[in-house]
Design a protein around this ligand. Structure first.
Ligand SMILES: *Cc1c(COP(=O)(O)O)cnc(C)c1O
Length: 429
């Protein structure tokens, strides 16, 4: 399998194509686009006995002809040994895919661990991974690369823009993982990372990224959707429809790709917070990226979803179909908190991101949606105790988070101006 940029003309002979290893090592394509496979395979899938074995079968065509393919089995078993149970909700035929049982209690662990397992097998020069985070990615990447020889991680997060427990987690690693609290928003963090990656003066620092645009995160996310849908289909013969809490569109895109390659996934509906770029687009407006607004579901505070470019690529040639191809709903903070409260009374506890999806599912059911539906639970509620405690009282903390919160944490302050970041990178090379 070869990969090319979303921005290259795929019919042109000059479109540079690279193997999986090169695409993983680079993160972003040289023209600023995102790497996509030159063709999507159609697979006849059966549920594996574990997520790791489903993943190894599903991803084999994506690893074909790359040196990493001989390690695919080990990569899947090392990175994806995280439970991802599909549990029933208290309302009939409604399910929740719990993706928060990894070391940092958010779904980002699947992608970060898989990317780390791949990059660790690539060899080559030392790498300095830059990661801009709106909350959960940074901790997942920090945990996945912590203590790995040849790697160093710098996390940039918006000061005051993540939950107190998320902030603690981001600063709790030490060693080869450092945290910078940026005096700005998530968009500023992303801008700083992009500027550093594109700065010729910093080329010798071996900088690379681990943001949600990385193929190494998208591929394993396809695997848990496929695994859940295959098991569900095997048990009851029903396709699984999905509501996905959405920010940069990485998780939802993975679900859509899983369906494209043959997993029994039905409709995929997007749930956002008050950042309405995608709901507005799928309601028929022009695609208009905009600055993000802060919400109680902060890991989805994204105004310019980076994976939209991959969705547009998937619908290339039938671009006219894209605006009508998906339903997307924005859920305001008040409704998110109200959903947390109402579902708590039913014996469920959801993080604010998951609650946005539950709210959308309730709306779909009220509108007559039939069949089996699952929401993704993207983070453990205990990461958002500051938001949730006012609504539901004390939130029990799982052991992984307890341990992380017990460690000391520190983060350096950084201005949102690029020269300050470039100077910091040089001083800390
Ligand atoms: C990252 C994140 C999201 C959004 O996922 P995308 O892949 O960016 O759409 C939703 N919920 C939580 C808890 C997250 O950490």
């Amino acid at each position: 399998m070869r990969y090319h940029s979303t921005r290259s003309d795929t019919r042109g002979s000059d479109a540079p194509r690279v193997g999986l290893s090169a695409a993983l090592a680079a993160g972003l394509a040289p023209d600023g686009g995102l790497y996509v496979p030159e063709a999507l395979p159609r697979l006849t899938l059966t549920p594996g006995s574990t997520l790791a074995s489903t993943a190894a079968a599903l991803l084999a065509p994506f690893f074909a002809e790359d040196p990493l393919s001989e390690h695919l089995h080990d990569i899947c078993h090392e990175a994806l040994n995280i439970p991802a149970p599909l549990c029933s909700l208290s309302t009939p035929d409604d399910w929740v895919l719990e993706l928060f049982h990894g070391p940092t209690a958010a779904f980002k662990d699947f992608g970060a661990r898989f990317l780390a397992a791949c990059l660790a097998r690539l060899g080559g020069d030392a790498r300095h991974i830059l990661v801009a985070t709106s909350g959960d990615t940074g901790a997942a990447v920090g945990a996945a690369f912590f203590g790995r020889p040849g790697f160093r991680v710098t996390i940039l997060y918006p000061d005051g823009g993540v939950s107190p427990r998320q902030a603690h987690a981001l600063g709790s690693f030490g060693g080869n993982v450092r945290a910078l609290r940026v005096q700005g928003r998530f968009d500023d963090c992303q801008r700083l990372v992009k500027a550093a990656l594109n700065d010729p003066a910093l080329r010798e620092l071996g900088l690379t990224s681990a943001n949600s645009i990385s193929l190494g995160r998208l591929l394993p996310q396809m695997a848990y959707w496929a695994h859940a849908a295959l098991e569900h289909h095997a048990a009851g013969g029903e396709r699984l429809n999905l509501v996905v809490p959405t920010g940069n569109l990485g998780n939802a895109l993975a679900a859509i790709l899983a369906r494209e390659v043959g997993a029994p996934v039905g409709e995929v509906v997007l749930a956002t917070n008050a950042n309405r770029t995608l709901p507005d687009y799928f309601a028929g407006q022009e695609y208009t990226p905009r600055p993000s607004v802060p919400t109680v579901a902060n890991a989805m505070d994204v105004g310019a979803p980076s994976n939209f470019e991959r969705l547009a690529w998937l619908y290339r040639g039938r671009a006219g179909e894209l605006p009508g191809a998906f339903r997307a709903r924005a859920v305001e903070d008040r409704e998110i908190l109200d959903t947390v409260r109402r579902r708590f009374a039913l014996g469920e506890l959801h993080c604010p991101h998951t609650a946005a999806a539950v709210s959308v599912l309730e709306e779909l059911r009220a509108g007559g949606a039939s069949g089996d539906w699952a929401v993704a639970a993207t983070a453990h509620p205990a990461k958002f105790e500051a938001v949730l405690e006012a609504v539901v009282g004390t939130v029990p903390v799982p052991p992984v988070l307890e341990e992380m919160l017990a460690r000391p944490a520190s983060a350096e302050a950084l201005s949102a101006e690029y020269p300050a970041f470039a100077a910091w990178l040089r001083a800390n090379a």
